[in-house]
Design a protein around this ligand. Structure first.
Ligand code: SAH
Ligand code: SF4
Ligand code: F3S
Length: 462
């Protein structure tokens, strides 16, 4: 195990001085994050770091002096979109030569991507990986002083940087990373390569950030990690994810906690008992199964069988009355047969997920699955995807309809689709629309569920 160092962010006064020397008025930055919540949270810290050295933020690339794409590499489509968006900036850069363009996040942790940017995108000024957020002031400074591109090769730093400034997107919902990286190497997945080895934050650091959020009035705090169930590996004294949850739930205040993602191989009965015991934890579990065929689960390197997975679901149902589940499914993993796929449909039916996030397998260079024969045609895969979506739609509609009649507490998140309505989220992650005025946004409300439109609940203030 590599030795992890914990350091604290330091304000970069030299960079701030350079910025104020180079620009007459505070320069503006446009930061856009793709991908998962972890990345969105990184984007919030990138904004915090930029504000710390004198940047302002803007919503339109055309207004910006610095454009930063915080990228995702999980599927090919995500990468193509980024290259498309970077390509579209060429004209803007020609009109505005002082414009700085940067790319960071998961794509920037792939060697071939950095090479491609170096060769074919001469107007990209800055490239740095997921572990480089705290060094951004230095990189900008280098770019300004030396008039040379600063393209860093992927590297992993065995450090955790605490106290990075942050500009959160919401005033009532917050992301809180408890760990970084992933050690699981599911054979289809690029994340362990781009995010590096698992690193857990110290409980005291997490608690301090958590208490700050509760004090600031945040209602929903979502703990993040690629596999929260392996939180604590290597920490002294020993602590596991359930211990961490119990510690956080002891903080007094008006809030609730979600977390993601739970890997089924490490989701323990202790975790489920903790959900049952702690009223601050949402009675909802995102437990990605990926597929319903033991043969493919083994090929995916997931380390559980369908039977073990169903046992866990069954235990959770028994222990936490009313608990709901959501999952991720990959359709068309290399070598998936009709029989494998039918087993996935059967599993989806058996569990009855409230929500399903479905993906057609995307080949990622450098992963094991990229070397596996994949004879299934695109057409077969999209057909299977449609069958899966139809199956899930019917399940979700029924589960949603079953909720009608209850009165529940929701967190009001924003305006609804229909005029004059607000949208709130239930403990079980479903959304409900109801008539009320905007002053309730960011607050809890009691809502009586009166009906449903597809998988969106309709209700009225109770
Ligand atoms: N760490 C989380 C998820 C990370 S990625 C977990 O293990 O559950 C989110 C989802 O993207 C995965 O659950 C998987 O369903 C999907 N995914 C990852 N790699 C993929 C690939 N190469 N092609 C298609 N979907 C993929
Ligand atoms: Fe990818 Fe598997 Fe790690 Fe999730 S657990 S990030 S799917 S390798
Ligand atoms: Fe994408 Fe990186 Fe998240 S690859 S899904 S942004 S960890």
């Amino acid at each position: 195990m590599v030795h992890l160092e914990y350091i604290s962010f330091e304000h970069n006064a030299e960079a701030a001085a350079w910025i104020s020397r180079v620009y007459d008025t505070p320069p503006l930055a446009f930061v856009h994050s793709y991908g998962c919540q972890q990345n969105v949270n990184d984007g919030e810290r990138i904004k915090g770091v930029l504000l710390d050295i004198g940047y302002g933020l803007c919503d339109k690339p055309e207004d910006a002096d610095l454009i930063l794409f915080n990228t995702c590499a999980v599927r090919e489509h995500a990468e193509q979109r980024v290259f498309g968006n970077v390509g579209a900036l060429k004209g803007l850069k020609e009109k505005k030569p002082g414009l700085m363009i940067g790319l960071c996040g998961c794509m920037a942790n792939q060697k071939q991507v950095v090479e491609k940017l170096r060769r074919s995108y001469p107007y990209v000024d800055l490239v740095f990986g997921v572990d480089g957020i705290d060094t951004l002031p230095q990189l900008i400074c280098q770019r300004l002083q030396k008039h040379k591109r600063v393209l860093l090769d992927p590297a992993q730093r065995p450090v955790i940087v605490e106290n990075i400034p942050i500009r959160r997107e919401s005033e009532f919902r917050a992301w809180l990373p408890i760990m970084y990286g992933c050690d699981n190497f599911c054979t289809y997945c690029i994340v362990p390569y781009v995010r590096g080895r698992e690193k857990s934050r110290r409980p005291a650091d997490i608690l301090a950030e958590f208490e700050g959020l509760v004090r600031a009035g945040y209602k929903e705090i979502t703990l993040l990690g690629q596999n929260v169930n392996s939180y604590g590996k290597g920490l002294e004294p020993a602590v596991d994810f359930s211990d961490l949850l119990n510690m956080l739930c002891a903080v007094p205040g008006d809030y609730h906690i979600r977390f993601m993602t739970s890997h089924p191989k490490d989701a323990s009965r202790k975790l489920i008992d903790t959900i049952a015991a702690q009223p601050k934890l949402c009675k909802h579990l995102h437990l990605p199964v990926q597929c319903g065929s033991d043969r493919l689960l083994a090929q995916m390197n997931r380390h559980y069988t369908v039977e073990q997975y169903l046992d866990l679901i069954e235990y959770a149902r028994r222990t936490v009355p009313g608990i709901t589940f959501s999952s991720d499914i990959i359709v068309g993993f290399p070598g998936e047969t009709e029989e494998d796929f039918v087993q996935t449909l059967e599993l989806v039916e058996k569990v009855g997920y409230m929500q399903l996030f479905t993906f057609i397998y995307s080949k990622r260079e450098g992963t094991k699955a990229a070397l596996m024969p994949d004879p299934t045609t695109r057409k077969e895969k999209t057909d299977r995807m449609e069958r899966l979506l139809r199956t899930q739609d019917a399940i979700a509609m029924k589960l949603v309809a079953d909720q009608v009649g209850q009165t529940v507490r929701v967190l009001v998140e924003g305006y609804g689709r229909a005029e004059g309505t607000l949208s709130g989220r239930l403990d079980n992650n479903l959304t409900v629309e109801f008539t009320a005025d905007g002053s309730l946004i960011g607050q809890y409300a009691q809502v009586k569920l009166t009906g449903a439109r597809a998988t969106v609940l309709l209700g009225e203030l109770a």
